[in-house]
Design a protein around this ligand. Structure first.
Ligand code: BGC
Length: 917
């Protein structure tokens, strides 16, 4: 049977399909190989870059030809040709030779456009209407200082003439604030809340749109709305700060470049010739919500011929040297619309809508008002016991949208705000609201799903979905802690513990890449990473497990996506961080300069984990990672230096915190999870330390007692040290604190606190009780790596080599799932019947590794075709049990073996921990 050559698909440049703006240093190519059969590989590749499709096709006048490169690399291929021109479009394609030296067809063509020069590439000026405190009269008639602090959203416009046929046109645009642009009345692009959030004093991201199809010969109008957003609105937990974070009023910067068929260029830029006026949007704020007065809309303003004599002249300001950077992350878009699940109406005519899912976005509401109406929409995650919205946990955030002068058939929808909610209360709705009239628009950064998980336990499948929804609700330009209350900050600790789960769930390569620039911007001159990025006016820095994200997250991005560029970009900053810790901690215990005490944040009961232990463990972890990072980007001297540092910290850690019997100075689940996960327990004491961990769990009556810091490591550590049964018992624990308790009590996202709500006490303190915080969802990583067994081989990056080792257990009789890696989909499933366990694994071309199958009779495990194991080894998940190991390449592989002895046997389920002794 002849094997067809490989097919090359999924072309990526800098983690994007066809980026319209990319900085030259981020040009790294990637592709996915497709091909049936076993052991398919790429042995070499050739890549061409050209200025046009014609040149690419003819192979002449190429901008770059790699020639044939002997390499299996399909990701992270850095551009190494001559300098490329700014603002210019290039096309590229690639082909590959397989294991039999058969060459593939050229891939389809992909493109990328180089960003404009960050400073001198622009001709536009900033424009806005200044800070206007135009009193918005709230429908209640009561004076309201919050509303009084907000300003109406200006409409800005410029009319211009195009006098010849257009070949192509690009709109480069950004705002200090949030913009929405229109060309001849048509909305440009489909992204929302653009340009997203950065530290605007240090970097401003802009977007590029292909607007060729929106222009016409003759009169045209470029229009824009620009709202406060992160720049000058309310944000974070200090309600006084509206307008004090970055600036006091929003401004727009736009540059429309039209290339005519005859090659001439016309530029329309924001400058003093623009005119502006306030329209229907009377205020718009990320935390507070939005108010529209539909009567105030200057109808027709986005089209040519509109009379602007009464409009205001804009305030125009020259650009300073702040770099304007093509947005490296994905745009925020509306990912999904969800129709109301139930609608109820109370005695006073208010409707309560339940969307059945806690989410982030806003409502689109269809109305038909015979008489003028005022419609108000409030949003909440949960209901109070009286059936009304529970909004106390929003603190000062209002999440309220108001529409005045609603008349006739209309669709109401805000533009520049975002709410965290499952329920909405609608008052003033004319008539009776039916389900189809209320739609929840789910908005977040465009991070495509890459992971799937399903099992025999429906509640666990719901937990998986909740973890993903938690991510969707919080990956909005920045990975935030929560999307509803007056906070919504890029806390580094939360992102750090969740990063690996996030990477499995969704393609966050570009998203984290963008945020890591925010992290770098927020770093202090001392080298201390801040606890939050962007950090606004907050000076908090250096907190263990939070600031360490500056090292851990780039490393996670590298391991998951193979992105060395990310490591190189941040290497100096990471090194500065390591120097910062070392400077004041000469004894190799991290006891000085440890910043705020978050410790094992929100551990239930007393947080007894020693701060010094936790901090030192993270320092050792950082040092170990830095050694690997240095090695990955080819720096031998620091590799050795960080290895030596790590040994010294580990020795100091052992001296200070490990007793001769393997007990840790803090006898907490988190202390053991950290010590064991970070390899700080000497090998001869690991077994004892793991047993002490299990004792600590037993003392808590088989409940989790970790906060944010220990939670992600706990189950992996249990599985890695012979206690898969205990891991499953914690997972399946129905009483609080547990994941299952949340699911059983109607959670559709992950709660901030294990006891966010309990049957006995009701809600936790409203001062801090979000129902959409992803940190405790970092158990998701364990579902992929241990339940499904989709794991990187040691030292692997970007899933070039895998170690598929499922850990069946608990009540599960089967599980199946997948991870769409940068090298293609990896699919696993297993089924455990009374007698036989079946495992199925599917690997894409160019991915190889080993499959590990635990069995009481490992030698009897067979691959399809009858092939026996390549070797046997100890199975880490259950002490004393062996595993059959098969070396595999790409293709579909099936294995069958005796179930006997696999953890999760009936007696084990009755007495967790017993299997190991
Ligand atoms: C946030 C957390 C964050 C923490 C720091 C809280 O207010 O919501 O998620 O990590 O502060 O301890």
């Amino acid at each position: 049977m002849t094997v067809p050559p490989l097919n090359l698909a999924g072309l990526r440049c800098g983690h994007h399909a066809n980026p319209l703006g990319i900085s030259p240093d981020r040009i790294r190519f990637g592709w996915v190989l497709e091909g049936s059969g076993h052991d398919r590989r790429q042995c070499s590749y050739q890549l061409h870059v050209a200025l046009s499709e014609d040149r690419l096709e003819s192979g002449r006048e190429l901008a770059w030809d790699t020639g044939r490169v002997e390499s299996s690399r399909t990701v992270d291929v850095g551009y190494a040709g001559p300098a490329l021109d700014r603002g210019t479009r290039y096309v590229w394609r690639v082909r590959a030779w397989d294991e039999r030296d058969a060459v593939s067809a050229w891939s389809d063509t992909a493109s990328f456009e180089i960003e404009l020069d960050r400073v001198v590439g622009w001709h536009a000026s900033w424009i806005g209407l200044g800070k206007v405190r135009e009193q918005f009269a709230p429908p209640s008639g009561v004076r309201d200082p919050v509303v009084e602090a907000l300003s109406p959203v200006p409409c800005l416009r410029r009319e211009f003439v195009v006098d010849r046929p257009v070949a192509s046109a690009r709109l480069y645009v950004t705002a200090l604030g949030i913009y929405e642009t229109r060309l001849n009345g048509r909305r440009v692009g489909d992204s929302v809340l653009t340009p997203g959030w950065t530290d605007y004093a240090r970097r401003i991201h802009y977007q590029t749109y292909d607007v060729t199809g929106l222009l016409r010969q003759g009169a045209n109008v470029l229009g824009a709305l620009v709202a406060d957003g992160w720049y000058s609105g309310f944000y974070a937990f200090d309600a006084k700060r509206a307008g004090a974070h970055y600036g006091t009023f929003p401004e727009l910067l736009a540059e429309l470049v039209i290339t005519s068929a005859d090659g001439t260029r016309q530029r329309v830029v924001t400058d003093g010739s623009w005119r502006g006026q306030f329209g229907a949007v009377r205020y718009a704020d990320l935390l507070m919500g939005e108010a529209h007065n539909l009567e105030a809309e200057p109808h027709g303003w986005e089209r040519p011929g509109f009379d602007v004599t009464a409009w205001r002249a804009v305030r125009c300001r020259d650009r300073d040297g702040t770099p304007l950077i093509a947005e490296p992350g994905p745009p925020i878009t509306v990912a999904e619309d969800i129709t109301a699940r139930t609608v109820t109406r109370d005695g006073s005519g208010r409707h309560i809508v339940d969307f059945g899912q806690n989410l982030t976005g806003w409502l689109r509401l269809a109305v038909d008002a015979a008489e003028t109406a005022t419609v108000t929409i409030r949003h909440a995650e949960v209901l109070a016991p009286d059936g009304g919205l529970y909004t106390e946990n929003l603190r000062t955030a209002r999440q309220t949208d108001t529409f005045l002068n609603v008349r006739g058939p209309l669709v109401l929808e805000p533009k520049f705000t975002i709410h965290g909610f499952r329920f909405a209360e609608i008052s003033g709705y004319p008539g009776r609201l039916d389900r189809s009239s209320a739609v929840a628009r789910v908005a977040h950064s465009a991070i495509a799903p890459t992971g799937s998980f399903e099992s025999s336990q429906p509640w666990l499948n719901r937990l998986f979905a909740n973890i993903d929804w938690g991510q969707r609700g919080n990956f909005i330009s920045v990975p935030t802690d929560c999307p509803q209350r007056d906070e919504r900050l890029g806390w580094l600790g939360d992102a750090q513990v969740f990063a690996r789960t996030a990477c499995y769930n969704r393609d966050v390569a570009a998203f984290l890449d963008k945020w890591l620039d925010d992290v770098a911007d927020a770093q202090f001159p001392s080298g201390a990473y801040s606890d939050i990025a962007p950090r606004l006016h907050l000076e908090w820095a250096g907190a263990p497990a939070w600031a360490d994200a500056g090292v851990i997250v780039p490393w996670t991005v590298y391991r998951m996506y193979g992105d060395r560029g990310c490591l190189e970009r941040h290497y100096d900053a990471m090194t500065a961080w390591m120097e910062f810790i070392a400077r004041d901690n000469p004894g190799y215990l991290r006891i000085h300069q440890v910043g705020n005490r978050y410790n094992d944040w929100l551990a239930p009961g007393e947080d007894d984990t020693s701060r010094e232990l936790l901090a030192t463990a993270y320092w050792a972890y950082d040092a170990a990672i830095m050694a690997e990072v240095s090695d990955a980007i080819g720096r031998p001297e620091p590799t050795a230096r960080f290895r030596a540092l790590r040994s010294k910290i580990a020795a100091a850690f052992a001296d200070a915190f490990i007793r001769p019997d393997g007990r840790l100075a803090s006898d907490t689940q988190t202390a053991y999870a950290l010590g064991l996960h970070m390899g700080l327990v000497p090998p001869e004491l690991e077994e004892a330390a793991a047993a002490h961990l299990v004792e600590a769990i037993a003392r808590a009556d088989w409940h989790v007692t970790t906060g944010f810091v220990g939670v992600g490591y706990l189950l992996p550590v249990l599985c890695a040290h012979g206690y898969t049964d205990v891991a499953y018992r914690l997972l399946e624990q129905p009483s609080a604190p547990s994941w299952r308790y949340m699911v059983d009590h109607d959670a559709t996202t992950i709660w901030e606190r294990w006891d966010g709500w309990t049957r006995e006490r009701g809600f936790q303190s409203a001062a801090m009780n979000s129902f959409n915080h992803y940190a405790l969802g970092s158990v998701g990583e364990w579902l992929y790596r241990f339940v499904l067994g989709i794991e990187l081989a040691p030292g692997a990056a970007g899933f070039d080599r895998v170690m598929i080792r499922p850990y069946p257990g608990g009540q599960l009789t089967w599980a199946e799932g997948s991870y769409r890696s940068v090298r293609g989909p990896i699919v696993t499933s297993w089924r455990r019947d009374a007698d036989v366990t079946t495992v199925r694994v599917e690997l894409p071309p160019n991915v190889s590794g080993s499959v590990h199958i635990a069995s009481g009779d490992a030698a009897a495990v067979r691959a399809s075709g009858g092939r026996g194991p390549d070797r046997l080894g100890p199975f880490p998940g259950t002490a004393g049990l062996l595993e059959a190991v098969f070396d595999v390449g790409s293709g579909v592989h099936e294995f069958v073996g005796p179930t006997v002895g696999v953890n999760g046997l009936a007696d084990v389920a009755a007495d967790p921990g017993s299997a190991a002794r």
